[in-house]
Design a protein around this ligand. Structure first.
Ligand SMILES: [Zn+2]
Ligand SMILES: [Zn+2]
Length: 449
């Protein structure tokens, strides 16, 4: 095994073994003099070797056929060496292909302009600013390079994959007048070398905003009929739905339409019950649009479109572009938020003001325990959750009626805090007032971040 670390000696060994193009020769030394291209590195090595050989011929030290010149012409495919050999009547085989990048009988690097043109045709219908190239390299040429790297102890070589990605990326940057971005590209293009195919991954856009729900009976997300699972049956009047509309559809569909995406996802910081209003400054949400054709959409216009279409039902404001991270935090922050509610409460017996004041004191800044309520047991695991109640204010509005103002931790079941849910929430308004309390109406009035 050769242990020399000399670039030129290694290059000679390589050229002795196989035909290698400039790009592939340069790539074997890619981490040396990095502010250069592999093509330039390979060509420079061949030029220097050819000059050395020519000098030996010209000083009479050696005959041309005994120098490196024929190897540089045949395996190096090096133009000046080919000319010199031909001048000296030495046969040159110019039909060779590079051992390290030949795919489908041609250098994969020479196929780049053609590949780029086909990519251009596909991405032209998408609006984007940044992109990234990935590839699945051809296993034969990848393995050849790996073997040579081990055999010749090439310590500064770059993988074919990253060389190809960069070259195709540079070519597309010029063609598209858009930038390669590694962190957060709008579009990822993955080229498959062996099959000569590629696929696009169009990354989603995320739009943040806040919504208010002004009418009861609208679920946050589409609610299918439970008898037919959305297929349509007699019970649901062939609509397939338990409720005709939803907050998520009112908010997301106009965005999906303008962005010309394939589908939407609606992410919100918690959810209110179907029969609760969401008032005040609204609930934060993020709409995710998959595979958008348009990214530079006018959010002011969309906001107006949503608000006029959902007039009296749902209202949005503060629409802005955001990131996946914000969407992810929205969910984890939801249970640490503080939420404010106003409830209309019926009491079985009339309650004295004295008792109301005592209940307010008992509910000041305490932790309550809530076992999963009966009404949601079908979709949430049965366990006990501890939630913080910051304050409760109670006002008698009628003989058997109260107004309750609640400030509680996100995720608190307020209806159960009122009723007690047959002892599953403790303490509760029912237990503190000593009479059965029922929530008649519930509104969310604020979500504090
Ligand atoms: Zn090559
Ligand atoms: Zn149905």
């Amino acid at each position: 095994m050769n242990t020399s670390n000399n670039v030129l000696e290694k290059a000679v060994e390589l050229l002795t073994l196989h035909p290698v193009c400039n790009q592939c020769l340069g790539r074997q030394f890619a981490w040396l003099s990095t502010d250069s291209t592999n093509e330039e590195r390979g060509r420079s090595i061949k030029l220097l070797l050819s000059m050395t050989a020519d000098e030996r011929v010209r000083t009479g030290e050696a005959k041309i056929q005994d120098t490196l010149m024929p190897r540089l012409a045949n395996h190096g495919m090096y133009g000046p060496a080919i000319s010199l050999c031909e001048e000296h009547g030495i046969d040159v085989d110019v039909s060779r292909n590079c051992y390290l990048c030949e795919v489908r009988n041609k250098s994969i690097f020479k196929q780049i302009p053609n590949i780029a043109r086909r990519v251009l045709e596909r991405v032209i219908s998408y609006e984007f600013d940044t992109f990234l190239i990935g590839c699945v390299p051809n296993p034969t040429v990848s393995e050849r390079q790996d073997e040579l790297r081990a055999k010749l102890n090439l310590l500064h070589a770059e993988a074919l994959k990253s060389d190809f990605n960069r070259e195709l990326g540079k070519h597309l940057e010029n063609l598209l007048e858009k930038k390669v971005e590694f962190e957060n590209p709008d579009i990822v293009i993955i080229y498959e070398m062996t099959g000569d195919t590629f696929r696009l991954q169009v990354n989603p856009i995320f739009i943040y905003g806040r919504y208010r729900k002004l009418e009861r009976g609208i679920p946050q997300s589409r609610w299918d009929c439970s008898s037919c699972n959305g297929k349509g049956c007699e019970e649901c009047n062939e609509t397939g739905r338990r409720y005709p509309d939803s907050v998520s559809e009112y908010v997301s569909k106009p965005i999906l339409k303008v962005a010309q995406g394939s589908k939407f996802k609606f992410h919100a910081a918690g959810r209110e019950d179907v029969d609760a209003l969401m008032l005040g400054s609204g609930r934060p949400f993020v709409v995710e649009i998959s595979e958008p054709k348009k990214r530079r959409i006018n959010l002011d216009e969309i906001e107006s479109a949503i608000n006029s279409r959902a007039r009296g039902k749902v209202e949005v404001d503060s629409l802005e572009f955001t990131s996946r991270e914000v969407m992810q935090n929205l969910k984890s922050d939801a249970s640490s938020n503080i939420k404010e509610y106003v409830a209309k409460i019926a009491t079985e017996e009339e309650v004295s003001n004295d008792k109301l004041r005592r209940a307010e004191t008992e509910l000041r800044d305490i932790e309550i325990e809530q076992r999963t309520p009966h009404r949601v047991a079908h979709r949430r695991s049965d366990r006990i959750r501890k939630k913080r109640v910051h304050s409760v204010k109670l006002l008698k509005t009628d003989e058997h009626e109260l107004r309750g103002d609640f400030v509680v931790q996100g995720g608190t079941y307020v209806k159960e805090l009122i009723s007690g849910d047959e002892g599953r929430t403790t303490p509760s308004l029912s237990s503190l007032l000593g009479t059965k309390c029922t929530c008649l109406k519930l509104n969310v009035t604020a979500i504090r971040a």
